[in-house]
Each structure stands twice: as C-alpha cells, then as structure tokens.
Ligand binder design. Sequence first.
Ligand SMILES: [Zn+2]
Ligand SMILES: [Zn+2]
Length: 263
Amino acid sequence: MLGTAVINPPPTDAPVLQGLWDSVRAGQEQLLLSPYLPASCAFLMHVTLCAPFLVLDVLGSVCQRVRSWRIEAGSPPSLRRWYDCFGRLLYRYLTTVLPATALFQTALRSPTFPVQAPSCWQLFVQVFACFLLFDALFFIWHLSMHRFSWLYRKIHQHHHQHHIPFALAAQDASSAELLSQLLLALTSAWVVGCHPLSEVVFHILNTWLAVEDHCGYNLPWALHRLLPCMGGAPYHQAHHSLHSGNYAPYFTHWDKLFGTYYS
Ligand SMILES: [Zn+2]
Ligand SMILES: [Zn+2]
C-alpha cells in the first residue's frame, strides 16, 4: 500500500483528528458498517454540495454580477432543468448505485476501523495521492470512452446531453458511468492504502471538485485560480462544448502531455 509504505510520521501530532476519529468509532461504528451508507452519503453529499450553485443560478436571473461570472453568456439553467436532473439522479441511485454498492460492501469489502487516526501530514499526502491516481485513471477511462464509439454511445453519451453543464449535472450520467466513477475512486483509495478518515475526506473533496467542474461559473475564488495546475470549470466546460479534449477531471498535465488540452 503506497500511503502506508511512503508515509510514516509520528501519529501524535493530530489530537483533533484523533478526537474526531475516536468519537466516530465510539458512537457510529454500527452505522459505518451499513451496506447502504456509501450510496446514501454519496447522493446526499452531491445534492448538498450542489445547493450553493442552485442559489447562484436563482440569483443569476436577477443579479448582473452573478451573471458576469458565468462562463457561457446567457441565462442560468432553469429550475425545471434542476428538477428533471434531480429525478434522474434519484432514480439511478435507487435502482443501480444503492444495490451495487450494498452488494460490494457486503460481499467484497470488510471495512476496518484502526484505533489510530492518521496524522495531518498522513491525511494530506494520502488524499493528494488519491487525487493524482484518480485523475490519471479517469483520464484513461474518459479518453477511451471518446475514442471507442461503442463505449461512448453505451456509457458516456448521456452525460454529454449537457452542452453547457450545471452543478447537479456532474453526476447526470448513465448507470454504468456512475458505477465506473465510483469504482475508480474506490480503487484509488485502496491502492494508496488510505486510512478510512482520509478516504472520507477524499470522497467529499472529489464530489466537491466534480460539482465545481460542472457549475458553469468561473468564480473569483475557484480553486483553479489559486492552483494553475488545475483546470476548473472553464476547462471541463470546454470539454462539454467541444465534445473532445480536456479529458482529465482536475489536473491539466495529462492533457498537455497527450496533446488533448484546450484552454
Ligand atoms: Zn466526455
Ligand atoms: Zn462532465
């Protein structure tokens, strides 16, 4: 396991994390073992993280300043689009993601809860390593779906119905694509050898970044403005508009390396 092999800091430098981890283990261990927890949390987390962008979209119809942050000129998506997308997401989670992840948790995974919490450094490096690995795996998978027309039609085309995406559309994908993304995220955390706490932080940040990628706004405080190695919403929106290029989800190095980068 990469994370545990490479990182070996003193574990006592994170009393806050240890306290948090102890309280989670003491009160919620039974809940954490529920096979329905991963899908339920993933759905609720996605919807919750989209809520600020719903507020922006509503404000955008009356506030010029909010409209000026939009990448594509024109009106923000209507409440009807949000509502329809929410219905599709709920249906896919209930019919596919929930049963599949419950089966995965029951049959293949036996979560363990170590006594020791990760140190802050350990948590940072594990989460960062997860992002680097997930970004590379997703780049390969996404590029393949665009290169092979059968994969595109059967799996990825549904997501490309949004030429101008909005936050909730980050997960408006076919059942197969939703499951493949989940598998890539779980695989990344497994290969890195994440502590459960690091894995939770990775999944939360991963959901947030995917939502931000699709939000349709080039916000003044967006992460890609601070970290030029990240593409952010303009980078992914270019992919939706052009139907090609910018295949990596977050970082730009793979696209630059393979000549598929569009600014
Ligand atoms: Zn695509
Ligand atoms: Zn997308």
